[in-house]
Design a protein around this ligand. Sequence first.
Ligand code: SF4
Length: 302
Amino acid sequence: MERYNDKLKSCTLCPRKCGADRLAGKSGFCHAGAKARIARAALHMWEEPPVSGKNGSGTVFFSGCNLQCCFCQNYEISEFCKGFELTSEELADTFLMLQDKGAHNINLVTAAPYVPVILEALDIAGDRLTIPIVYNSGGYESLETLEMLRGKVDIFLPDLKYYSPQLSAEYSGAADYFDKASRALIKMWELAGPPVFDENGMLRRGVIVRHLVLPNCRHDSAKLVGWLADSFTPQEILVSLMSQYVPMHKAMDIKALSRRTSTFEYNYICNMVSACGFDGYFQQRGSAEEKYVPEFYDKKYY
Ligand code: SF4
């Protein structure tokens, strides 16, 4: 089970390439240490319908993040790393516990810094884990780390946040976001292929590209939709447009982000996605509420 650990010695798991020696107790930009650290493991109903289904998605929220988005709703865990540590065995047991509860899939949220320990846990769970594995990501991923997931992950759920380097630098501290996320998305598609649904309409394989429409950013969003249309046919990916932006955390201090996305802005992008022929999911405007932020824990509670 030590075979993945060398990746943590001088960490280059994500495009930050911090080189932090996480095995020696150091942490890099994302705050992740050597062990898995999570803040919640529960059935979650708020993903796209073919991921949540009627029982819920078996969501595991990992602590820390390689992006630091100023508007992050989950900043308690992404920035302040709230959570509790698990061994690889305990993480495997957590996956199996969620499966026993009826989860349609195991949904790994913001998992890039923990890919080596996740692979260990998946090895431990082995054939006992039979539901699809979902990799739920901010999109800022390295191709080498994604390659490690070949044959392990069935569904990719990446964000595609920004086209403009200025916006991604200002709002998420990553000027190279689009360069890295666009390559990552193509790699994810290579690993998962086009959408495959089971007889109940649940997603078994594929890529759902998520985009949160931000206030005052519709022209940037439009460039992303244009890139998707140039890069994928409508049969190859699903698109999920989210309207749930609520100003919070550091975004309260940034004028352009201090209001919700308008109906005009959201519909403008929805119409573009539809005109490009993409199938997907459009969030109800009324769902832009803080109630979508789940409860996070700093001690193991299950
Ligand atoms: S995963 Fe974390 S420690 Fe590793 S390179 Fe990325 S930000 Fe740095």
